[in-house]
Write a protein that binds this ligand. Structure first.
Ligand SMILES: Nc1ncnc2c1ncn2[C@@H]1O[C@H](COP(=O)(O)OP(=O)(O)OP(=O)(O)O)[C@@H](O)[C@H]1O
Ligand SMILES: [Mg+2]
Length: 171
């Protein structure tokens, strides 16, 4: 795996991505031969009608959705060609925020943000410190001990953003 970061390579390169879903009788071509390149630092939007295939396309970026055809290159690595173990490492570095935020209702805001850090070798104090930092970043420090049911949609989304950023491997 490339250990250096080349600022000139695209961070994401999707080449000829097609995703077919085969249901009982009909076949849905959710993504039809899409090519796109995202340069490091770019902010990239995907616009389309509901059901157009936006989420399906985005889910191919970490192979949550295996494309029927095409290649997915992230930071110069063709991630369809690496083994599961390496894929897990790559996935850890790709933060995804889902439409349904999947916040855990029995955990506090802080507990939700801390969650992705639980399987990492950092102590409780550092973990909480990191989660608090992220909570500040999304402007929700007053909600540290609130529960998801007490938040608005946008606040829930911000917690999900903080949780996605918690995966970053830098402390
Ligand atoms: N697992 C699946 N099995 C079968 N069909 C699916 C599956 N997931 C998505 N589809 C279909 O693929 C198409 C694209 O779905 P997708 O979720 O990518 O749309 P979207 O652009 O994200 O829509 P929205 O704006 O509503 O979120 C839709 O027609 C959907 O019904
Ligand atoms: Mg969607």
């Amino acid at each position: 795996m490339a250990a250096f970061i080349n600022s000139k390579t695209n961070i994401i390169d999707l080449k000829n991505i097609t995703v077919l879903f085969k249901n009982q009788r009909k076949e849905v071509r959710a993504v039809d031969n899409v090519n796109l390149a995202v340069e490091r630092g770019d902010i990239f939007g995907i616009i389309g009608y509901s059901g157009a295939g936006k989420s399906t396309l985005v889910r191919t970026i970490n192979l949550l959705q295996k494309p029927t055809n095409g290649s997915v290159i992230v930071n110069g690595i063709d991630i369809k060609k690496i083994d599961e173990k390496k894929l897990r490492v790559v996935r850890h570095k790709i933060g995804m925020i889902f439409q349904h935020f999947n916040l855990m209702s029995s955990r506090s805001v802080l507990g939700n943000i801390e969650y992705p850090l639980l399987d990492q070798k950092i102590n409780r104090k550092k973990r909480q410190q990191r989660a608090l930092e992220l909570l500040k970043l999304v402007g929700l420090q007053e909600y540290v001990s609130a529960y998801p049911s007490q938040l608005s949609g946008g606040q829930k989304q911000r917690v999900a953003i903080a949780r996605a950023l918690a995966n970053r491997h830098q402390f």
